[in-house]
Design a protein around this ligand. Sequence first.
Ligand code: ADP
Length: 245
Amino acid sequence: MTLLEVSGVSVSFDGFKAINNLSMQIGEPELRAVIGPNGAGKTTFMDIITGKTRPDEGRVIWGESSVSLLGMNESRIAQEGLGRKFQKPTVFEDQTVRENLAMALKNPRGPFSVLFYRKTAEGAERIEEIAREIGLTDHLTRKAGELSHGQKQWLEIGMLLAQDPRLLLVDEPAAGMTPAEREHTTDLLKRIAKTRAVVVVEHDMEFVRRLDCKVTVLHEGSVLAEGTLDHVTKNKDVIDVYLGR
Ligand code: ADP
């Protein structure tokens, strides 16, 4: 089913249209890559669906009851189940992996919600489960600051999973990773996307190829092409944009 429907969305900054009549649908579950050259509107797109930026026009519709995300603030949208991971890992470095995950569990779907507070035993079990999922079972007692860059990114994805989101919005998850870490990240995202919607915003084509999923190409704030990576990279408009013609 369609989980997120963006339709005819536009936003201007000082008269410049950063997003121009953008429409896109994300299913649940689904793995989707959103790509595009610098300035294509990727960050603004993420800001709009997470409630950080309000569009001038268009609709952003969510879930089976088709509620509008427009007008909801960021924490309310997070509570709806839209979790965002920024490019740079922001884990608590002086806390252990277990403590980081416990903190995320105690604050499900944003710091203002106590509605889904889980009891300790249940929480401990869920922490083990998430640690297994992200591949950090052997590192639960280590301080997050001691982890490799890749491990920190997985921990942060785990912290997002603790919020039990329906859609994970992940910004350049593999940037700065070793080849082995990238492979682990690919597997992790594919696994998560079996039950949830995962939107990966990326400009590394090799990583997108590994994700092996539907790709949406943004350019000048609109969808330029959509389909498999092979399909979109054969598109003449996409070739022109990427070769800067
Ligand atoms: P991307 O993430 O794909 O590189 P952005 O969404 O950051 O693209 O930016 C899209 C366009 O909108 C760019 O030309 C950028 O300069 C412009 N832009 C983004 N945010 C602002 C802002 N707050 N004020 C003015 N221009 C902005």
